[in-house]
Write a protein that binds this ligand. Structure first.
Ligand SMILES: Nc1ncnc2c1ncn2[C@@H]1O[C@H](COP(=O)(O)OP(=O)(O)OP(=O)(O)O)[C@@H](O)[C@H]1O
Length: 859
């Protein structure tokens, strides 16, 4: 008889675990440490320190061993349970649905759902678990918890809510304020469990929706009032087989509160509409992603992995809903992608050679998180109503299809019994190992305290600092880029299928389509077709200042986040795309504290520390700082993306109170490679460049004339900073203590595919700035970074001094504009004069006046 998958190896693991007797091992060590502690007195301090250090090293090894065993046991447990599991949740009758004659068509036990199709006919469906109408959110969440642990162990996870419109998908995923759903509970659990783990994690959060086959970034809400360009979100595969969504905003987060606020922001941007079945029906698939990175734990399955939580669009029979127009199109798009998802999961369950990931955007996005060793949980929601029976049968049909392999393996009761026994044993093992891990952690903490007392130096912090991550900027695209860079990451592999390669749209965005034709590196700081931007920009500022409505801080021509603009859909279709809540409203909802004191609060050590309180304070502060920046900018509509030399760059104005920047400034993130490139080319060639502390601090500081700084957050992380310092302070120090009003920090963000081939970027742009023969460019370039920030004030009620700022800024723009025109104008004027002289000469000649006439005029 065939054994279910995974049973044999599990038996071996259990044997191994029993033979190792780790608990006994730990007890012996504890006694040894007690003796060692007794031996330690003032007289032999040094000896004592070295003994404690040895003991700590031994405990670290032991902890690692326990961690590996626990991880293995948990994974084996989940494999036995099923890497793809399907649950059913039956919605209760809603208050307005309850009426005396409502006939019960659904009954259930723990794993089976019985459907009464006719008076004498029942149909039965099996699930991993059935949640009846009275099941609580907590009960549903209990199925997720082990999978969350697995995510911390480095496995990709996908959690889906599937079902007919109005059956409670969003209720399950999001919940209601009084009764939170799977997403908030899951996220909270991730942070809690990370805190308990031995490692420091870096988390990033992103949220997108797939609306009618188009990816939309929910953290960059649309606005009806503004002309908003949306960057093209294209799906890319990296050399490790991981999927990345180019240009998707992913924000580094360090605690539940931050995620909650970002999630609220994202949810408000979802496309919803009123349908026959649901007043606020989701018209898209909403995908929430938490990406986890832990570089200090090689035993994790992956260095970076993801948890996707997907609230799928409601499945519906279009005939029944009688949808027309856009509703019909939306319904078709949703059904098509749901069907593609079913095909993929079914193919994975049957271990087919070909898995049809390419058939929908949804499966393309989730490609690396479905199948292989990933964990997939599907919650199929059904309505209790008799009139929804047909829809319910369809949903259950889908569930059966994606769960087919389990049904086969469950045919044998003996096998099932054996599996249950193994699972119980594994569960017991996991519990024991977890308790032992806690014992070792306690012991480690105790020894660390002792060591601190003896040496006066907090060793634990040092140890953790070594293992902790280098933080590379909080707002970035494609959370894994830095990581992949470190591993020789290439954006796209030539052998990739066509759909995985950069699209025309993304190529246009990165500039590679346009630039590659030249085949040479372009030296110009700004592409020639963009050089007229200064005047255009100056005009736009002037007009914006007049009406003071919906102004952007960064509304320059350089804000060319190309790709197609996904505009809100027309009024006729009534689908709310990011327009459901006014910006003001969002601000009120999300930022009550920020209104009072924007970014003033310093996160406490406990607020975001994931590693037994050892996460560096500066990281936490910076995290909070940037998450809030992001939220603030989104809600006030002040963010703009820029495409400088094939790079999409986010601009964030730095707070007015910032040490370095006395006025509003912008921070642009760049990457380390670019910084180095810049440094190489500027070193020794440009006198004007102040390479202050370049070797030790690896950053570039430009002089006052150019009015901006280029520095790298990554580099700054490498340096030993005072814990309370943040990168802006450091940047300020690198200007030699001279705080310049017009300074702008430019740090490098992630690179886009076109960048390597066409590295026209901030560095070459700045380089050109420094050349005497390109002084005009310099003015123009500097203006790109410098002047727009002041228009920010115009978005709010202006303070008297801010009015002055704005005016000054505008004057400056105008003067720059004039200067630019001065150079070009001189040339034009000369041409004009020459041309006029020629015409005059010709005219005079045609009058018959010869040389004598001119001679006469001169005398
Ligand atoms: N388990 C439940 N307990 C109480 N109320 C529920 C439950 N499930 C759903 N509801 C209620 O049912 C209504 C519809 O639920 P919800 O909006 O979550 O459906 P949906 O499947 O997400 O719909 P759509 O696909 O159209 O977005 C809501 O008012 C919700 O509060």
């Amino acid at each position: 008889m065939d054994e279910p998958e995974g049973v044999e190896p599990i038996c071996c693991i259990i044997k191994d675990l029993q033979s190792s007797n780790l608990k006994g091992d730990l007890q012996v060590k504890s006694k040894m440490f007690e003796k060692m502690n007794r031996d330690c007195d003032e007289s032999n301090n040094n000896l004592c320190v070295s003994k404690i250090q040895d003991a700590l090293a031994s405990l670290t090894v032991q902890l690692k061993e326990l961690s590996i065993r626990r991880r293995q046991a948990l994974n084996d447990f989940l494999v036995l349970k099923g890497n793809i599991r399907v649950f059913c949740r039956v919605r209760p009758f809603l208050p307005d649905e309850i009426c005396g004659y409502a006939r019960r068509v659904l009954t259930s036990d723990t794993t089976k759902l019985f459907l009464r199709i006719a008076d004498d006919k029942n149909k039965q469906y099996s699930f991993d678990k059935v949640f009846h109408p009275q099941s609580t959110q907590e009960e549903v969440f209990s199925e997720i918890e082990p999978v969350i642990k697995s995510a911390l162990d480095g496995y990709n996870v996908c959690i889906f809510a599937y079902g007919q419109t109005g059956t409670g998908k969003t209720y399950s995923m999001e919940g209601v304020p009084s009764n939170l759903g799977l997403v908030p509970r899951g996220i909270r659990a991730i942070f809690e469990q990370a805190l308990e783990s031995n490692y420091t994690f870096q988390f990033t959060f992103s949220m997108l929706e797939i609306y009618m086959g188009t990816l939309r970034d929910l953290l960059v809400p649309q606005s009806t009032k503004q002309r908003v360009h949306k960057a093209c979100l294209s799906i890319q595969m990296n050399s490790l087989g991981g999927i990345e969504i180019e240009n998707l905003v992913s924000i580094k987060v360090s605690n539940f509160e931050q995620v909650k606020r970002l999630y609220n922001l994202g949810s408000r941007s979802r496309s919803t509409a009123s349908t026959k079945s649901n007043l606020k029906s989701s018209r898209s698939h909403c995908l929430t992603c938490i990406s986890l990175t832990c570089s200090a734990a090689p035993e994790r399955q992956k260095e970076t992995n993801k948890i996707w939580m997907v609230d799928l669009g409601g499945s519906e029979r279009l005939l029944k809903t009688q949808a027309t127009g856009r509703r019909l199109e939306e319904g078709k798009a949703i059904n098509l992608s749901l069907s593609a998802l079913g095909d993929v999961i079914s193919a994975l369950q049957h271990k087919k050679n070909h898995v049809p990931y390419r058939n929908s955007k949804l499966t393309q996005v989730l490609r690396d998180s479905l199948g292989s060793d990933s964990k997939t949980l599907m919650f199929v929601h059904v309505s209790p109503k008799e009139e929804d029976l047909c829809e319910t049968i369809c949903s259950l049909g889908f569930a059966t299809r994606v769960r087919s392999i389990h049904l086969e393996s469950e045919k044998s009761p003996e096998l099932q019994a054996k599996k249950e026994v193994e699972m119980a044993k594994l569960q017991q093992t996991i519990t024991e190992l977890e308790s032992e891990q806690k014992d070792v952690q306690r012991e480690t903490g105790r020894l660390n305290e002792r060591l601190t007392l003896l040496t006066g130096f907090d060793q634990s912090n040092d140890v953790h600092a070594k293992g902790s991550l280098t933080v590379t900027g909080d707002l970035h695209f494609n959370g894994e880029v830095d990581l992949h860079n470190a591993k020789g990451f290439k954006r796209t592999s030539p052998s990739l299928p066509r759909f995985m390669k950069p699209t025309i749209c993304s190529k246009q965005k990165t500039g590679s389509v346009h630039l590659s034709s030249t085949g040479t590196r372009k030296k110009s700081a700004i592409p020639s077709n963009m050089k007229r931007s200064a005047s255009v920009y100056a005009e736009s500022i002037t007009s914006q200042a007049k009406d003071t409505a919906c102004l952007s801080d960064y509304g320059s021509d350089f804000s060319m986040s190309t790709g197609y603009a996904i505009q809100g859909h027309g009024a006729d279709d009534d689908t709310e795309c990011s327009q459901g809540t006014s910006e003001y409203e969002i601000k009120q909802v999300i930022f009550p504290e920020q209104e009072k004191s924007p970014r003033s609060s310093m996160t406490s050590l406990h607020d975001g520390c994931f590693n037994n309180g050892s996460l560096k304070v500066k990281e936490i502060n910076k995290n909070k700082h940037f998450t809030e920046d992001w939220l603030h900018l989104q809600t006030t509509g002040q963010t703009r993306t820029h495409n400088v030399g094939g790079k999409r760059i986010f601009a964030i104005p730095v707070d007015k109170r910032n040490i370095m920047c006395k006025q509003q400034n912008r921070v642009i993130y760049c990457n380390q490679a670019e910084i180095q490139n810049f440094r190489k080319r500027n070193s020794g060639t440009t006198k004007k460049t102040n390479l202050n502390g370049v070797d030790s601090l690896k950053s570039i500081v430009l002089d006052e004339a150019r009015r901006f700084i280029v520095c790298s957050l990554t580099d700054m992380e490498d340096t030993q900073l005072d814990q309370n310092q943040d990168h802006d302070q450091v940047a300020a120090e690198r200007t030699g203590g001279q705080v310049q009003e017009d300074l702008t920090v430019v740090t490098v963000l992630t690179e886009t595919p076109g960048f390597r081939e066409n590295p026209i970027s901030v560095d070459s742009y700045s380089e050109d700035c420094s050349r005497p023969e390109q002084q005009e460019n310099k003015e123009e370039s500097c203006m790109l970074f410098r002047t727009p920030r002041r228009s920010l004030f115009a978005t709010h009620s202006l303070q008297p001094d801010q009015h002055t700022d704005l005016k000054e800024s505008m004057i400056h723009i105008t003067s720059c504009h004039d200067e630019e025109h001065g150079t070009n104008g001189l040339f034009l004027k000369t041409i004009q004069r020459l041309w006029a002289s020629v015409l005059l000469g010709l005219g005079i000649q045609s009058l018959g006046l010869g040389c004598d006439f001119f001679h006469g005029l001169l005398h």
